[in-house]
Design a protein around this ligand. Structure first.
Ligand code: NDP
Length: 329
């Protein structure tokens, strides 16, 4: 079998030298076990945190071992009646071609007309993150003006569409004209290309003269400062991610305007989607319905072959993806 191992801990933006494609062997499966061949794997920004040797909400990756992450595979051999041959399964055993499991941590994909890989994107963790941040954290109301950073990504593009569907006015930010066009086609009211703006505070003030009620924070740094400057009184900030900080080698300066929290009486709440997983069924039912009614669309950027997984991962920090970044094995 093949697997991608972490060979060294990245400093700054990860590079191909931090990873190696390695060969490994698997034993025969035992009673209760299955052999799974991976078909799709996910690369996600949070994996950058696991490449550092520090305590966090999830354990660090180990040097010389295969990385881990969300993956969809198919059971090739089975001695476990719960997962017969041919079953499509969701697992955290990505970054490898095959694996053996006793069934713990495996979920059979439900039978739906949706493509398998949608369970790594819109129907999976990123979709659930968008829904959780908007409804469970920000308590979205139809009258809200919502600002969403990294708006064209896996989480952001879903959050934009959910907020539009809910009746909100939506402002998104992203890094290229191409992505601006994509977001407009998804119905986003105003899109900021932050690479073209020398003053993000002013750009956001122009994009949302009525002010921001909800900020869905994916980026941090200047984006957070601009949001704070433009929030309305009693605004809510759902802190989902801060991707602009993940590769920082030194502590980054904080927003200079944190006093806005007091002046505008803001509510700021960070969240980790896995804490909300008990609500996955509710999310999946709603999202499945929106998809079947044609109310929501999704984009994906696909890299081909396990060997390309490090490039796909690094591409997240270079904005190479539209929608969900995936690797097809
Ligand atoms: P995306 O699909 O949004 O991919 C990352 C995107 O981030 C890139 O396409 C790029 O878009 C943008 N980006 C990269 N570097 C920078 C930078 N320095 N400044 C500004 N933008 C940057 O990833 P996800 O949708 O998977 O994740 C989005 C955010 O949500 C991340 O912060 C992630 O950590 C967080 N997250 C949090 C979860 C939670 O439970 N709290 C769960 C899942 C994700 P562009 O071209 O527009 O710059």
């Amino acid at each position: 079998i093949q697997e991608i191992q972490l060979t060294s801990r990245p400093t700054g933006i990860p590079s191909a030298e931090n990873f190696a494609l390695a060969q490994n062997t698997l034993p025969e499966i035992q009673d209760g076990e299955v052999l799974v061949k991976n078909l799709w794997m996910s690369v996600d920004p949070y994996m950058r945190g696991r490449m550092m040797d520090r305590a966090s909400y999830i354990a660090p990756f180990q040097i010389g071992e295969a990385l881990e992450g969300g993956a969809i595979g198919e059971v090739l051999e089975s001695k476990n009646s719960e997962f017969p041959v041919g079953t499509k399964v969701n697992s955290m055993q990505g970054w490898r071609s095959h694996y053996i499991s006793n069934g713990n941590g495996l979920t059979a994909l439900p039978v739906t007309p949706l493509p398998d890989q949608s369970f790594l994107g819109i129907m999976g963790m990123p979709g659930m993150t968008a829904w959780t941040g908007l409804f469970r954290i920000a308590k979205l109301k139809p009258t809200d003006t919502v600002f969403i950073s990294a708006a064209s990504g896996a989480v952001g593009s879903v959050a934009c569409q959910i907020a539009k569907m809910h009746g909100c006015t939506v402002v998104g930010s992203t890094s290229s004209d191409d992505k601006v066009a994509l977001l407009k086609s998804l119905g986003v009211d105003v899109v900021i290309n932050y690479k073209k703006e020398s003053n993000l505070i002013e750009a956001l003030a122009k994009a949302a003269p009525q002010g921001i009620d909800v900020y869905f924070e994916n980026v941090g740094g200047e984006h957070l400062e601009a949001a704070l400057a433009n929030m309305n009184d009693y605004g809510r900030i759902a802190v989902c991610g801060m991707i602009s900080q993940y590769n920082a080698t030194e502590p980054q300066p904080g927003p200079t305007n944190l006093a806005m929290l007091i002046i505008k009486k803001l509510k700021v709440e960070g969240f980790i989607v896995f804490d909300h997983w008990a609500h996955y069924g509710e999310f999946a039912q709603q999202m499945g319905q929106w998809i079947s009614e044609g109310k929501i669309k999704w984009e994906e950027t696909v890299y081909e072959g396990l060997a390309e997984a490090p490039n796909a991962f690094i591409g997240l920090f270079e904005g190479k993806n539209k929608g969900k970044m995936l690797v097809k094995l």
